[in-house]
Design a protein around this ligand. Structure first.
Ligand code: NAD
Ligand code: DAU
Length: 355
């Protein structure tokens, strides 16, 4: 095997932050397999595009021939699988892409990995890892007083997105149990940070607030998410890859439960301070309650004691410090935002928010 890993979905939000963090901390080369859907943005990786340790491959994880060919050619020691359709609201409008990529695509990748892995010499077989990046949404919704999700919480996905991720988690589990493929799975809570596509809550609010557009809060705004700064999640993925137990799953969270309204209010307060001359100030005057998301999960919370206790990982960013860093990044990267504000993005916003 080579000192190389294959990353899928590395042009997206978490994958690109992972690749940047990887090159700052690790020696192995990366092959990034990404289909460049609306969420994939090569600009996220412009600083490493000339790096001799980096190679980009444009393609679909569901293309088994392609995946098998890449594995045979590069002989990687691991696959780190981020590629997915990731937005809950889009899954409600159209579940097919979610099943195609998250379920069938993951199956194709697992088949390619199994075929590669089963032909490796025994010591390489032992060293190889297939790390599947998943979500806390597979566990469903919590009441306000329920204990947080732990690794043995029963799966109860509620959206087409989370159902497709749950199916992919089950396939990964089955490939370990049935074929012995050395898998690892992480189930992480809501990420935020630089390079997140502005269909998700925090970047959407930052961009709309700056432009003096309405800030659409679903339902009563009291839904709770556990927020983690993206670098902490990437660090957890690297930790699990290095030291995680084969066949194990690890919950990853930021120890930072927040109600949506509080998140939006905090974004507005930071922007009031940093951009007092924006068209509409105070920014919070732009908040509008809009129709709730169908089947909207009330609360997610993560018990991440397993990864903390067994692997020594801890989140380092508080929500206040991480959110400020995130807002500052968006303020400093106007051009990034302008470049992704394509016709397709505008069409999505018009469809979702009737704007
Ligand atoms: P994203 O939507 O920003 O990026 C997804 C990437 O996958 C894009 O680069 C896209 O081009 C690529 N992709 C999509 N379909 C593909 C296909 N068929 N073949 C190859 N590439 C394809 O997603 P994200 O927010 O960075 O999430 C990454 C992973 O982490 C996903 O698996 C998601 O379920 C999981 N996750 C996300 C969060 C979160 O808060 N964003 C939290 C926990 C877990
Ligand atoms: O929990 C992990 C998951 O977090 C990931 O698996 C998903 O890929 C990721 O998209 C995220 O899912 P959410 O649905 O929680 O994230 P989103 O940013 O879409 O919404 C966060 C909360 O904010 C949610 O309760 C819905 C609400 N919301 C969202 C948008 C886009 C609003 O109130 N208004 C909005 O315009």
């Amino acid at each position: 095997m080579q000192n190389k890993i294959i990353v899928t979905g590395g042009a997206g939000f978490i994958g690109s932050n992972f690749i940047l963090q990887w090159f700052a901390n690790e020696s192995a080369a990366i092959v990034n397999l990404d289909l460049l859907t609306y969420a994939g943005n090569p600009e996220n990786l412009v600083t490493v595009s000339e790096n001799s340790r980096y190679q980009f491959v444009h393609g679909d994880i569901g293309n088994r021939e392609l995946a098998r060919g890449l594995l045979t050619e590069h002989q990687p020691r691991a696959v780190v699988h981020f590629a997915a359709e990731s937005h809950v609201d889009r899954s409600i409008h159209g579940p097919d892409d979610f099943v195609r990529t998250n379920v069938n695509g993951t199956l194709g990748l697992l088949e390619a990995a199994r075929s590669y892995w089963s032909n490796l010499p025994p010591t390489d077989q032992q060293a190889f890892r297939f790390l599947h990046v998943s979500t806390d949404e597979v566990y469903g919704s919590l009441g306000l007083d329920d204990p947080p999700f732990h690794e043995n919480t029963a799966y109860a996905p509620n959206s087409p997105y989370s159902a497709s991720k749950a199916a992919s988690d089950h396939l990964v589990r089955a490939y370990h149990h049935t074929y012995g493929l050395p898998t690892l799975t992480t189930n992480c809570s809501n990420n935020y940070g630089p390079r997140q596509f502005p269909e998700k809550l925090i970047p959407l609010m930052i961009l709309n607030a700056r432009a003096g557009k309405p800030l659409p809060v679903y339902g009563d705004g009291q839904n709770v998410r556990d927020w983690i700064f993206v670098d902490d999640h990437c660090d957890a993925v690297r930790t699990v890859l290095a030291r995680g137990g084969v066949g194990e799953t690890y919950n990853v969270g930021g120890r930072s439960e927040q109600k949506n309204m509080d998140v939006v209010e905090t974004v507005c307060a930071v922007l009031d301070e940093l951009r007092p001359d924006d068209p509409v100030v105070p920014h919070r005057s732009l908040i509008r309650f809009v129709q709730d998301r169908p089947g909207h999960d009330r609360r997610y919370a993560i018990d991440s004691r397993k990864i903390e206790r067994e692997l020594g990982w801890h989140p380092t960013e508080t929500f206040a410090s991480g959110l400020r860093k995130t807002i500052e990044w968006y303020l400093e990267h106007d051009q990034w935002t302008r470049n992704i504000a394509t016709g397709a993005y505008r069409e999505w916003v018009a469809k979702q928010y009737s704007l």
